[in-house]
Each structure stands twice: as structure tokens, then as C-alpha cells.
Design a protein around this ligand. Sequence first.
Ligand code: ADP
Ligand code: MG
Length: 352
Amino acid sequence: MAHAGFIVEFNNPNSYGQQFGSHLKSLGLKAERLPHKTAWRLNYNGQFSKFKTLQRRIAKAVKRSGSALSSKPKDKKSLGHAQTTTRKVQTPTRLKSEVKMPLLEIENLRVEIGGKEILKGLDLAVNAGEVHAIMGPNGSGKSTLAYVLAGKEGYQPTAGEVSFDGRNIFEMAPDERAAAGLFLAFQYPLEIPGVATMTFLRTALNAQRKKRGEAELSTPEFLKKVREVAKKLDIGQEMLRRAVNVGFSGGEKKRNEILQMALLEPRLAVLDETDSGLDIDALKIVADGVNRLRGPSRSFIVITHYQRLLNYIVPDVVHVLSKGHIVKTGGKELALELEARGYAEYQEEIPA
Ligand SMILES: Nc1ncnc2c1ncn2[C@@H]1O[C@H](COP(=O)(O)OP(=O)(O)O)[C@@H](O)[C@H]1O
Ligand SMILES: [Mg+2]
């Protein structure tokens, strides 16, 4: 389709000059600051079909800095659909209602560890209610993605952006992310000597409730809840009294992670190889714990090397992560394909 040129201007009354400029740059937008004005100008000569993405990025950047947005056609002769689009840009509220925001949106995420680029421009959008599986060979960056989302120290992005429920997660401390409903079950759960599992769970739950302005649970309320959930996950009272994960078997640690998840009732749970170290019975218990929490407003990212878990937690979408990129996305049948064919073809394919 033929396309028209645009000039998109942002007024930025907050005047976060340098910061706003580099933010736009990290979104892949090159804008110049207008002299003597709190405004930025962006020349857009791209395809009209991609303009919606541009609008979305701009709207986000602008919303974040509290600035107003206006745009005008560059060339009066080439109004056509350009003008329609321009009008949309001029009414950010309408724009917002037109664009369904995913619960989690990752755009062009790049992460370096020790000078080596691990995630190389990763894009992923997860809508509320969806279960996404991320599969891929070892070393492809699956755990790195989970760590970046959690805000683990040393896992800082070098480019790109991640929004969770419309908020930039890189502006949120790890505990804020948790209180906002982001939960991560790690591949290698931490051991916390000297802290009873029960105490840990209650502290975590009440800290989150407090941060959200909700009432803390009383001891009897908490005990009732934790016992109920633990029983379903086949976790005994004795285990709840032991120090967090200390001396737990691999399977017990994973079940303990699911127990935390069930108590915290997150909006997005990321499970990093929760299936590793589980025998088939434990796997079913864990999957059952996840399935019971599935619902229209809760999403999951299930990271796994093997297809087996996905027989029990049936995903809506399956992605293949290889060498820091999502190289393929499909339905649940993609997992079966991978099981049959292995990852060899993805280890060879290196997208530019
Ligand atoms: N803390 C770290 N220091 C150095 N390299 C790391 C670190 N964490 C991960 N890596 C490297 O990043 C790559 C991706 O690792 P990871 O995210 O754990 O992959 P996956 O979970 O898909 O197996 C690997 O090459 C790994 O060696
Ligand atoms: Mg891993």
C-alpha cells in the first residue's frame, strides 16, 4: 500500500529533555527536539500498516511523561489515510480505547550479562487469561528473561521496554512488581535457612497486601488458607514448619513454589522449568495447582525445555526461544512438533 509521510509532534511540558529523548530512542523512535520549545518532532515515512504500532509507542511514551500529543500531516497533497490517522493521534483517549493493552508487553528487549548479549531484541505480548509456553534449547535465554522480569540484580536491560498492566516495570522495584501481581517461580528456588516456610509465606502475603492497601490476614485466616492450599499440593504440615527449601527435594521445592503462587494469587505467573525434577505424580499435582488458578484475568508464562508438562498445562500459545530471539510462535501443536523433531533446526537458524 502506498504511504504518506508524517510529522508527529509531541509537546512535552514536563520537559524531561534528555531522558525523554533517550526513552524514545530505546523504543526505536528517532525524534528531534524543537529549538526553544518543549516539543519533539518525528518524521515518519514508514508503511501505513505499521503506523498503528508507532502510535501505540508514542502514546505510551507520552502518557508516561505526562505530555500532550499532537500531529499534523507533512504534505497537504498526501492527506488520504494519513489524515485519518493523524486525527486518531490527536485524541489520545480514543486511541487508548482502540488499543487493547496486553497484560505483559515486551518490546525489543535486549539484555547483556558480563558483556555478552543474551536477549537480542525479544518481543512478546501476553493478554490477560492466556497461558504462553516458552520452549527452547538450553542457554537460549529463558531463565534470563524470567530474571529480568523479576528485577534480579545484574539483569538490566540495555534496550527495549517491558510494560506490565500498562506500567513500565523498569521503573518498579522488585517488591512493587510483586505487589502489582507479578510472580516468578524460579528454576532454582532459593533456600532460606532459619526462616520457617509458614512464616515466609505469611510475611510475603501480608507485605503484598499492605502495599496494595489491603488488610493483612490474621493468623487464623492465614492458617486456614495455607492449610487448604498445601493439602491440594500434597504438602504436609511438617514441611511448612521447616526452613524455606532447606533440605527439600527438587520436587518439594517446586511444589513449594506453586504453594507460594496459589497463596499470592498473582496476575501473571512465570514458571521457570517448574517441571524439572518432578516425577509424573508431582508433575500432575503441580499442573493441577496451575490449572486451578487459570482464569480470564490471570496469565501464565510457562518456561519449559520439555513438552511433557504441556500435556497437563495446555498452553494457548507456544513460542520457541533460540539465541535470544523468539524464532517461532504457534499453537499448542508446536510443542508436539518440537518434541518430535527436537531443537536442532532452531540451533542452526540464526535470525539476523
Ligand atoms: N550470571 C551469568 N553470568 C554469565 N553468563 C550467564 C549468566 N546467566 C546466564 N548466562 C548465560 O546466558 C545464556 C542464557 O542462559 P539462560 O537464560 O540460563 O538460558 P536457559 O534458561 O534458556 O537455559 C547462557 O549462555 C548462559 O551461560
Ligand atoms: Mg533456564
